[in-house]
Design a protein around this ligand. Structure first.
Ligand SMILES: CC(=O)N[C@H]1[C@@H](OP(=O)(O)OP(=O)(O)OC[C@H]2O[C@@H](n3ccc(=O)[nH]c3=O)[C@H](O)[C@@H]2O)O[C@H](CO)[C@@H](O)[C@@H]1O
Ligand SMILES: C=C(OP(=O)(O)O)C(=O)O
Length: 432
């Protein structure tokens, strides 16, 4: 089993290039099967979740040609099997996008209930409500979501909760429904906008993505396109918080600064300097970190996918900070691990009360999920002595070359596969 071994204490300094957004790419890959023509997608992150979804698409008869690590051609013409295999899908959340894509194009889909990070109960009632409003029959049978419809007809759909997945899924199906659909109380995340832009580039007619009312005129056919995914705001934010935690000076490149505003605001409140350029952001953390309050909210609020990372930084800030998680009920699983590194955090319901400590001390910890895992790596980078992070398979779901990018910023981190490799790394640290 691979694990990270980290010798903390080095400020991160330098420049790091951010890849394409995992959560946009997953939706866009699924949407690419809505045409028989070949779709080219560029700026894909080379991460586990993307590879799992591409394999699943091959599994149902789609053709996937990797041009390089970040670029792929997908041809949906051969799809003849409308049932996705459970083995693929249990590993990822975004498998649910195949339902919207297949229902739109083929008017039928049979997909196992999705997996993904265990950060809460994660119901999909709003997806189902939307599909039903478009005229589909949706049943859960033996762990499968079975959606069928003679014809899909546009509808007026009010979302009871702001859901990224349900907004995108309904938008995909409605793109190929007859007539007009309005989605009210829609999610406004950058990946919702990116997926709408992608579908429009295939001939869909979607307006209003990025606001809370999305209007879709259904079309009967979609066509080929050549599309580049937006940069990953969560990967970018993770490096920004890593800079803050290690008292570093890091420029994150290939980003859309507007997408990072919530992160930037919190870093400024903590006393970091943040400089914005056209497509990069520089974070300098030279002063003592100050406490602040964070509440996760749908975009443009502070992203839940960045909550563990900000909490790790606040754990090192002067005074008492409050972090409130309002999206998922089980996203503080990293707190016990961080406590082992010396953090002083008390969780009460959906709130973490963080009393800043002057330092973390290295320890053996396990990544409980993707972002919590990344946050524990940040803690290890800031900590005294050696930290090992187990279960990094979670981190590999969403971060490409995480350790290499950190090494390029001066971090002492290695991905090791055995006790022997770990001892070798420890020895190299003693020699250097
Ligand atoms: C693959 C992907 O893009 N994952 C992201 C997506 O997850 P995901 O799309 O699963 O998250 P949602 O935006 O749907 O969830 C938001 C909230 O709505 C609730 N809900 C959602 C759907 C539904 O049918 N019923 C319902 O009650 C959820 O339990 C949660 O409390 O958005 C989350 C919120 O930004 C991110 O943390 C995830 O990284
Ligand atoms: C929670 C995440 O992913 P998923 O929804 O795929 O579990 C994430 O990207 O932080």
């Amino acid at each position: 089993m691979e694990q990270y071994i980290i010798k903390g204490g080095n400020p991160l300094v330098g420049e790091v290039e951010i890849g394409g957004a995992k959560n946009a790419a997953l939706a866009i890959i699924a949407a690419s099967i809505m045409t028989d023509e070949t779709v080219t997608i560029d700026n894909l992150p080379y991460v586990r979740d993307i590879n799992v979804l591409l394999n699943a698409i091959e599994g149902i008869g789609g053709k996937v040609d990797r041009i390089n690590r970040h670029k792929v051609n997908i041809t949906g013409a051969g799809i003849g099997n409308f049932c996705i295999d459970y083995d693929y899908i249990k590993k990822i959340r975004a498998s649910y996008y195949i339902i919207g894509a297949m229902l739109g194009k083929y008017k039928k889909a049979r997909v196992p209930l999705p997996g993904g990070c265990n950060i809460g109960t994660r119901p999909i009632d709003q997806h189902i409500k939307g599909f039903k409003a478009l005229g589909a029959d949706v049943e859960i049978e033996h762990g499968m979501i079975v959606a069928t419809s003679e014809r899909l007809v546009g509808s007026h759909i009010y979302m009871d909760v702001v859901s990224v997945g349900a907004t995108i899924n309904i938008m995909m199906a409605a793109s190929m429904a007859e007539g007009n659909t309005v989605i009210e109380n829609a999610a406004k995340e950058p990946h919702v906008v990116d997926t709408a832009n992608f579908l429009n580039s295939m001939g869909a007619n979607i307006k209003g993505a990025g606001t809370d009312v999305i209007k879709i005129k259904g079309v009967s056919k979609l066509h080929k396109t050549d599309y580049s995914i937006i940069p990953d705001q969560i990967e970018a934010g993770t490096f920004m918080f890593a800079a803050a935690a290690t008292k570093g000076d890091v420029t994150v490149k290939n980003v859309i600064p507007k997408h990072l505003e919530a992160t930037t605001a919190k870093l400024l409140e903590m006393g970091c300097e943040v400089e914005e350029f056209d497509d990069s952001v520089r974070v300098v953390a030279s002063k003592k970190l100050k406490h602040t309050q964070v509440k996760t909210l749908p975009y443009p609020g502070f992203p839940t996918d960045m909550q563990p990372q900000v909490a790790v930084v606040l754990g090192l800030a002067e005074g008492t900070s409050i972090v409130t998680e309002s999206i998922f009920e089980n996203r503080f699983k990293y707190v016990d691990e961080l406590t082992r590194m010396g953090a002083d955090i008390k969780v009460e319901g959906n709130t973490a009360i963080i009393n800043g400590v002057s330092k973390y001390t290295g320890a053996g910890v396990s990544a409980p999920d993707l972002r919590a895992g990344a946050a524990l790596v940040i803690a290890g980078l800031a900590a005294e002595e050696i930290t090992t992070v187990d279960d990094i398979v979670y981190i590999q779901r969403g971060y490409e070359d995480f350790e290499k990018k950190l090494q390029s910023l001066g971090a002492l981190i290695e991905c090791v596969n055995s006790e022997k490799e770990m001892q070798k790394f420890k020895l190299s640290l003693m020699v250097s």
